[in-house]
Design a protein around this ligand. Sequence first.
Ligand code: C2E
Ligand code: MG
Ligand code: MG
Length: 699
Amino acid sequence: MQPHDLNSLFSNLLHQAADAVIVVDARGRIVLWNAAATTMFGYPESLALDADASRLVPERLSMDVERGIAAIVAIGTPPVSHVTLIARAADGREFPVEAALSVARSEDATYVAAIVRRVGERFRKLAHLRENERLLRDAEALAGMGSFEWTVGSDEITWSDQLARIYGYEPGAHPKTLAAFLERVHPDDREAVQKQIGRALDEGSSWSMEERIIRADTGEARVLASQVKALRDTQGNVVRLCGICHDVTEQRHAQEALAAAEARVRHTALHDPLTGLPNRDLVLDRLSGALGRASRGHTAAAVLLIDLDNFKIINDTIGHLAGDEILRTMARRLQGASRTSDTAARIGGDEFVMICEGVANDGETVALAQRLAAILAAPVVVGAQEFITTVSVGIAIGRGKEPPEQLLRDADLALYRAKQQGKNTIELFDELFRRNALDRVEVERDLRRALSNGEIEPYYQPIVAVETSNIVGYEALARWHHPERGLILPNDFLPIAEETHLIGAVGATVLRAACRQLAQWQQKHPRLTMAVNLSLRQLDGAFVHTVAELLHEFNIAPATLHVEVTESVLLDLQKSAVSHLNDIAGMGVRLGIDDFGTGYSSLLYLKRFPVRFLKIDRSFVNGLPDNQEDCAIVRAVAQLGTSLELTTIAEGVETAEQLRMLRQLGCRHAQGYYISRPLPARDCTNALDTTVEKVPVTD
Ligand code: C2E
Ligand code: MG
Ligand code: MG
């Protein structure tokens, strides 16, 4: 294709284009005008060519267009690719347009090209929302890009009207010298602006930056985005600075609002809504930071996992609102007690965490936990009531090698052990503990095998009447005959059975064996009773069903089956569990409280549950006959039993003196090594058959 062919092709394209295409030279005179421009503005090409582009906008905006073009030519590139502005047709009609700007340069001239398109549709839609006049003003402001020029030699500044408007001046009243202009720049940004001007004067450099200015009329701070170019004379001296400015305050505010909203969302995602403390996710994050610092600084970070003892009961008794209040109080106390480097968090219903950095040693951490526990255990007043809730604490200390999740798990294991040791306790996770924890995996595997191999069977410990020393019944106590490890006692495998949900199977195995054994013994001793222990975690509908089935299968009088529940367990009971207990009692089976005196010893549950007997904890029997306090407690429980018609049974009787004292104190039944250790069934059968005389007679 020949050049003139190309030219005519372009010219055709240009004149067929749907958008107005207008090209102006450096002075703003129109040098190219297509057919669409004629349609849009109503000027034929002959009238448009060589005319000033400022004719294409309303008179009030013509200066802006002139300066805009000058600025674009000066800088050599349009500062924005699209501008929206108000155009004016030959007949005086005003309409909004969007112009896509570009710069073309030949050897000796610079041109600015604009592809202009009406944006009536968008604006019409907007006009529904805003009234017409406001819209036009907004459109004007949108179009308004202020421009300025500073002549270095004479220190003279000229501003476009739009720039004056941005600064809050009447047109023409703007600062005329650099010093006066700098007065308007926000004091905090002034130095940066001066620096740029200084560099431009020294090196002829251009710059773009955002600076705040103070409006002359309202005193309000606005954010301007400005682009400035230094112009040199033929000798290369910087003679002028010219530039364009945009008011971007609203955009910046919108960005800040967005950032604030994002921050709020982040906060919500990482904090507990009830107490405002960090949640588990944030704890893990903080913990990994703390561990990193610990490993770099050769120190340690401690995780204190804090659980409120018996919070569930309080919550159930006084209601959730009051429960929430207690949790909030605990959160405040915890936060009050933390140093700035510590993190206090809530990671579960009544579980709190404290991460402490830079701990020196185990002793210091335990002391810290003790201090915290004391602070948390202070009475909480809710409404007119006062509550005291003690805490159990599990501690794990990390030196930066372990992942944060593991440290939290270690603390959890320590907490579990603290709870097992009777609450209100502090436990430290240590290496030995970890080894035991590893053992657990093994134990769980073995336990599954044990259940199917029949390795678990109960031993039986006789219970005698204190008055006559006659055997009145037995307690079934689980034993595990491990093929390699020999006999394993309940405390060494029941907690794991509970955790791994195998407790139901273990309990059912013991219960079935005990019922079968009882039925067999009852053939000769029909009034003999059998007590089994019940763990909270095995108390479900299935257990109730099993009890009913076994009573039926072995034809046992329900009153001869006794079920022991430990006192601390009763405190934690859920509503469903209470109803299961009532179902069991409803069949005629007798319920009793094990380890009485070790829990909260509230008389509340003596009323809440259909209790028939109390087992006085071994720790009180231990002190007999010399410890006055223990004597008083055992006597009080015995009397309580008499007045409430509950049978009292003393556990852990190890000496003749203890048995004698129990008789004096009015306790009905006794059980303990002095009478007999727990034995396999066949050994008990012998004792039963050669009878009651075998039992040590108390003189
Ligand atoms: P417990 O129900 O309070 O049982 C009494 C514990 O004290 C038994 O320990 C028994 O061997 C021990 N004992 C009896 N007389 C004496 C004595 O004179 N001196 C001393 N020092 N101890 C004595 P054991 O068999 O190790 O059982 C521990 C606990 O495990 C039981 O406490 C009971 O809570 C639980 N347990 C045992 N078998 C089962 C079971 O089948 N199911 C459930 N859920 N728990 C069970
Ligand atoms: Mg028991
Ligand atoms: Mg007991």
